[in-house]
Design a protein around this ligand. Structure first.
Ligand code: PMV
Length: 325
């Protein structure tokens, strides 16, 4: 039996604009995780996928339609076996579970795909690099999201804070001083594909307006990279406010998100914004460790169905400089 996990993620700065080539900053969140377990199965069974949270069971190779929830899981398995050079259909059972809420801005699809890729590779005694895992997960993100930027698969497969620009080499972010987030869930599910599609329509209708908004978001992400590297946590809070105003202007906030963002600020957060696609899902608040629990309580009182406290600290800096992979 082989078990593998993958974390959730939050986008600190730059969602949506990142689809249009501007930078984004994202960090892994390990408090919630996806898990994949691969077991050998009796000869002739083929591959059976059990997705416990979705309450579904799928035989790989059986007829399936592309909007079936099992389709991305099956596609991940197929792509991974192909990459591993496994010929034919092996006999195994794949069980997938996840504590990452779906369609909530925490990268649940990418987390599940990453856990599947890792579990299959380990099961066949193979080691894939984080780049290879990320590339495979991106294939499934195309199914989930239509036009993904690639930020979700990157931050989750590398499990490091990243400064991400579509099509550019990955940059692992140097974190000058650890900081704390509270992540509040509105409980409203909001499929990324729908919100990204709406933003695309709005961009097509008013390209100049949206390009200018994306430029401003990109500038904030650049400033945030500097602030994070220098350990200037308060500056980061201000940048979060500014990014949230621009996300409102893009049209991806919602009354539920605004309520939680307002509650976090009133309870002493240094900054707060939605994270991920928006229109529901999760928001993040930048907090001091002393106030983290009180802000989590304030979010729950304002209707959050969950509030997670997460520390962003950082790993490897190379001689104190940003490390590139
Ligand atoms: O909602 P999530 O966690 O899938 O994040 C989506 C982030 C977007 O920038 C809106 C889309 C993308 O592909 O980067």
């Amino acid at each position: 039996m082989t078990t593998a996990h993958a974390p959730a993620k939050v986008i600190l700065f730059g969602e949506h604009a990142v689809v249009y080539g501007r930078p984004a900053i994202a960090v892994p969140v390990s408090q919630v995780r996806a898990c994949a377990v691969v077991d050998d199965a009796p000869k002739g069974q083929g591959i059976v996928i059990h997705a416990t949270d979705l309450k579904l069971q799928q035989q790989v190779g059986a007829p399936i339609i592309t909007d079936d929830p099992a389709y991305p899981l099956e596609a991940t398995v197929r792509h991974t076996l192909e990459r591993l050079g496994i010929e034919g259909i092996p006999d195994l059972t794949l069980t997938v579970s996840s504590t990452v809420p779906m369609a909530s801005g925490l990268g649940s699809g990418a987390a599940v795909s990453t856990a599947i890729v890792r579990a299959l590779a380990q099961h066949f005694g193979r080691r894939l690099t984080s780049h290879e895992v990320s590339d495979l997960v991106y294939q499934t993100e195309l199914i989930h999201h239509g036009t993904p930027s690639g930020v979700d698969n990157t931050v989750i497969a590398f499990e490091r804070p990243v400064y991400f620009v579509k099509g550019k080499p990955i940059e692992i972010l140097h974190v000058g001083q650890p900081f704390w987030l509270v992540i509040g869930d509105t409980g409203t599910r909001s499929p990324t594909r729908d919100v990204v599609g709406d933003v695309r329509c709005a961009w097509q209708a008013k390209p100049d307006k949206y390009e200018a908004l994306f430029d401003r978001i990109g500038t904030i992400a650049v400033q945030a990279r500097e602030a994070i590297g220098a350990g200037e946590v308060r500056a980061l809070g201000k940048l979060m406010h500014e990014n949230q105003e621009l996300l409102q202007a893009i049209g991806v906030s919602s009354p539920e998100l605004e309520r939680l963002i307002g509650a976090a600020r009133a309870a002493g957060a240094m900054g707060a914004k939605l994270c991920g696609a928006g229109r529901g899902g999760n928001m993040i608040a930048l907090v001091s460790p002393e106030k983290a629990q009180a802000i989590a309580v304030a979010l729950r009182k304002s209707g959050a169905v969950n509030a997670i406290v997460s520390e962003v600290k950082l790993p490897q800096s190379v001689n104190g400089k940003q490390a590139s992979l």
